[in-house]
Design a binder for this molecule. Structure first.
Ligand code: HAM
Length: 400
């Protein structure tokens, strides 16, 4: 028997209802904040992710589903959504138009990680990207939107915030960090020794306890921000406080993707286990120009849909619409026509097999229908249809 690949899951009942419930409500909230739906391809040129997510990241270094297609192109299943959206943004010349562009998207992402609870190889993200606003008001706006989405689903979370600085304050800070790391290099784990060479701030992402202890006295970017970044971060914090959004400053929050500057954030939940990030995002003001577009400030986030689904309950759905059933062969065609007519205003499913009334009532119940409508000998003779309201437990006969 052929089974699904490791780390890849089918979306079947009853989880499918949770998925749709999440997407519908998250999309409605995103629209309320002025975001519109877009879709970009799942397959992109590998170079796009190498340049944006970064060669030094685990995602690009170890986790890409990369292959050469039949035309000899080096392509990759997208590991995340931002790079494709930025590519589309530039390709459509929105960067040259200027102004504000806000998009949301959802779909499958692929990372060849070791599967475990909360970590899949194919998972879904619901993401938003806002282009054209450099102000921290937009950072606050999207954090509020994300909070509204999580609150809607009754999720318990902590918001973690950090600032990753900019091209003014990051290089001198990196020098200071390098000097510190050189002093402890021999004691760092192999991964951190590699990180030191490729992207030193990533050492703060290390899960190794020994490294964490070693890094405690390391200089932190938060205390080395330039005035512009410091003001940006303080304005964001002030707005969040005025909106009663509680947060924790986490100097270890460096994010696993290279494109961020200034604001970085994650919503983590104690209900998730080791993979506790339900959503993450931040500002990426240089990515559009880095990928060849005109410099455009941008900020966004993505929610891990499977992780979020672990924590939500779908409200009991009410019985809805009709189930149509035939009690004899002659009733099938008039019933089919009646079902089509009824579908103009209601949800309708029909059983094509002739069954007893009892069997049809059972099928209607299973289908979650509010009404069970049947045609038998009597109804055929009188041109009527018998309808039972499964909620009110009442019965009527109507004209066909
Ligand atoms: P990310 O933090 O890599 O950010 O992913 C966002 C979310 O996707 C995570 O918080 C997590 O819930 C979920 N996720 C990641 N990997 C897996 C996995 N293997 N299995 C299940 N869920 C997973 C990004 O991808 C950025 N593009 C977010 C962003 C948008 N930043 C700016 N705009």
């Amino acid at each position: 028997m052929i089974t699904a690949l490791r780390g890849m899951k089918d979306l079947l009942p009853p989880q499918n209802r949770k998925f749709v419930y999440f997407l519908e409500n998250a999309s409605a909230i995103a629209r309320k904040y002025g975001f519109e739906f877009i879709e970009t391809p799942i397959l992109e040129e590998t170079a796009l992710f190498k340049r944006s997510v970064g060669e030094s990241s685990d995602i690009v270094g170890k986790e890409m589903y990369q292959f050469i297609d039949k035309g000899g192109h080096d392509v990759c299943l997208r590991p995340e959504g931002t790079a494709g959206v930025v590519r589309a943004f530039i390709e459509k010349k929105y960067d040259r138009q200027g102004g504000i562009h806000r998009f949301f998207y959802h779909g499958p992402m692929f990372r060849y990680e070791r599967p475990q609870k909360g970590r899949l190889r194919q998972f879904h993200q619901f993401g938003v990207e806002s282009f054209g606003i450099a102000s921290p008001f937009e950072d606050a706006n999207i954090i509020l939107m994300l909070k509204e989405i999580l609150d809607f689903f009754g999720i318990d979370y902590t918001l973690k915030l950090n600032s990753l600085g900019c091209s003014t304050c990051m290089p001198p800070y990196r020098e200071r960090l390098m000097t510190f790391l050189e002093g402890v290099e021999k004691e760092l784990c192999e991964d951190c020794q590699r990180r030191k060479e490729t992207n030193p701030i990533r050492v703060f992402d290390c899960k190794n306890e020994a490294c964490r202890i070693l890094l405690e006295p390391a200089p932190r970017l938060g205390a080395n921000l330039c005035e512009v970044c410091d003001t940006h971060f303080n304005t964001l914090r002030d707005l969040l406080e005025k909106e009663d959004v509680s947060y924790e400053i986490d100097p270890n929050l460096v994010r696993g993707l290279d494109y961020y500057n200034k604001t970085a954030f994650e919503f983590v939940s104690g209900d998730l286990g080791a993979q506790n990030a339900v959503a993450g995002g931040g500002r990426y003001d240089k990515l559009v120009s880095f990928l060849g577009g005109r410099e455009t400030p941008a900020v966004g986030f993505a929610i891990g849909v499977e992780r979020l689904m672990e924590m939500i309950e779908v409200p009991e759905t009410k019985r809805e619409g009709y189930y149509f059933g035939a009690l004899n062969e002659d009733a099938l065609t008039p019933l089919f026509l009646a079902a089509t007519k009824q579908r103009r205003s209601d949800k309708v499913t029909m059983g094509y097999e002739v069954k007893s009334l009892k069997a049809h009532l059972k099928a209607a119940d299973k289908a979650g229908a509010r009404y069970c409508a049947v045609i038998g000998e009597n109804e055929l003779a009188t041109g009527k249809i018998w309808v039972k309201d499964l909620e009110a437990k009442t019965e009527t006969t109507r004209e066909l």
